[in-house]
Write a protein that binds this ligand. Structure first.
Ligand code: SF4
Ligand code: SF4
Length: 76
């Protein structure tokens, strides 16, 4: 069975640098067109947390890459 995971991004901690988007090999993160409280366009997860079809594997590359520790990874 393929590994599954999902992430949660704290949009108020995010500075919209885009590093997590480059790091995610599954294309599961994009930049939001809304602003956060600091005036940045934050990253957002593109998938539904419990969707059977989600591509996120829980690999944590996005979270490791994030300089602002704004991403939490869940497995399963
Ligand atoms: S945990 Fe891995 S697959 Fe999931 S969003 Fe982060 S980089 Fe992408
Ligand atoms: S790496 Fe972190 S700060 Fe940069 S866009 Fe992603 S969540 Fe935001």
């Amino acid at each position: 069975m393929k590994k599954k995971g999902f992430i949660r991004i704290n949009r108020e901690l995010c500075k919209g640098c885009g590093l997590c988007i480059v790091a995610c090999l599954k294309g599961s993160i994009r930049i939001s067109n809304k602003l956060n409280i600091k005036g940045y366009h934050p990253a957002e997860y593109t998938e539904k947390e419990k969707s059977k079809n989600r591509k996120c594997t829980g690999c944590s590359l996005c979270a490791i890459t994030c300089p602002d520790i704004a991403i939490e990874v869940f497995r399963g």
